[in-house]
Design a protein around this ligand. Structure first.
Ligand code: PLP
Length: 360
């Protein structure tokens, strides 16, 4: 068996230890004689899985008691609609547009009310996070929305925007559990699992209880009402049982690594190796303003499309896969989520150095 170094933006690399454990339990989960895939979501065994997963996530993020944790489906895209449907009481929301995902969320919200774009970095191809210290927050805004880590462009909010007392909603799909967060600063934190947490098909939403009400926009489907899922403890309908089981295993792995503070140190170390090289390289250049650099997604270019393509091809042959940049920006992107070992980044940098020498 040979595993590659997988730099995919998502679905992405998962800890090998977790995958091995899941493989061992595949045919007989803890003496039940069946796989978690074959198990009723109402069974005692699955109840234990989902309760333990929630408890471990609460411990990792220090989630206060007045926040609910929901395991949902429909991808982050479904949250682009659920958020306005559930929160737009005044039918006004403010969006900070720092990339394609924030833009899509902003566009979706326009279906339900007035969604104001109060800041953007589109003028420079989303290569920075705009100054959010004094934003024109709408007096009647129901919430202020950010995408905290921009997967495609490789930027991250280093400080949260001043929302002037309005509820902050954040898409953390590509930085979930990569570092500690102060949950109390947010009304909703949500993210798709398929980058840092588990397989695709699970969305985790952490929502302050006062935002979970029956007072949703008229016509909001039962399944798209947060209260439905909160009241049923994420078991209103059949959830993605296997996905939740895998997320739970990753939470346990994170606890074993020392929690989110240790993860942050590990991620900073990894990112530094790559950014330091990009800063000194003559051939490769990072595309993001240094102050906005993500620890998770690192886009870079050579400035020559043919050379980019040659690099991606040769890297793939050498076992460094999924380095092609997002189709909307081109170039390269290395996603170095929690489960990417430091050796993977060191080996990538060694390969880039060799490529640079050979193609100078
Ligand atoms: N938000 C962010 C930050 C993402 O990176 C992605 C996907 O890559 C999405 C939203 C969309 O996620 P999904 O495909 O789960 O709807």
């Amino acid at each position: 068996m040979s595993r590659v170094y997988n730099f995919s933006a998502g679905p992405a690399v998962l800890p090998e230890e977790v995958l091995r454990e899941a493989a061992e339990e595949m045919l007989d989960y803890k003496g039940t004689g069946m796989s978690v895939m074959e198990m009723s979501h109402r069974s005692k065994a699955f109840e234990d899985i989902i309760h333990t997963a929630e408890a471990d996530l609460r411990e990792l993020l220090h989630i206060p008691d007045n926040y609910k944790v929901l395991f949902l489906q429909g991808g982050a895209h479904q949250q682009f609609a659920m958020i306005p449907m559930n929160l737009m009481k005044n039918k006004v929301a403010d969006y900070i547009v720092t990339g394609q995902w924030a833009k899509k969320a902003w566009q979706e919200a326009q279906k339900y009310g007035t969604a104001n774009k109060i800041a953007s970095s589109e003028d420079k191809t989303f290569s920075y996070i705009p100054d959010c210290s004094d934003l024109p927050i709408s007096p009647d805004a129901d919430y202020v929305y950010i995408c905290e880590n921009n997967t495609i462009y490789g930027t991250k909010f280093k400080t949260l925007p001043d929302t002037k007392g309005k509820t902050l909603v954040a898409d953390v799909s590509s930085c979930f559990l990569s570092e500690p967060m102060d949950v109390e600063k947010y009304g909703i934190i949500y993210g798709g699992a398929q980058k840092n947490i588990g397989p695709a098909g699970v969305v985790i939403a952490i929502i302050r209880e006062d935002l979970i009400t029956e007072d949703v926009l008229p016509g909001t489907p039962t399944m798209l009402t947060y209260k439905t899922h909160a009241d049923a403890e994420s078991l209103y309908n059949t959830p993605n049982c296997y996905g939740i089981y895998m997320c739970g295993k990753v939470f346990q792995w994170l606890k074993k690594q020392g929690g989110l503070k240790a993860m942050k140190e590990h991620n900073e170390k990894k990112a530094k190796i790559l950014y330091d090289f990009l800063d000194e390289s003559v051939m490769f250049k990072g595309t993001v303003e240094p102050a906005s650099r993500s620890l998770m997604n690192v886009p870079f270019v050579t400035g020559d499309k043919d050379l980019d393509a040659k690099f991606i091809k040769e890297a793939q042959a050498a076992g460094f896969v999924n380095l092609k940049g997002h189709r909307s920006v081109g170039g390269m992107r290395a996603s170095i989520y929690n489960a990417m070992p430091i050796e993977g980044v060191e080996a990538l940098v060694a390969f880039m150095k060799k490529f640079e020498k050979e193609n100078a």
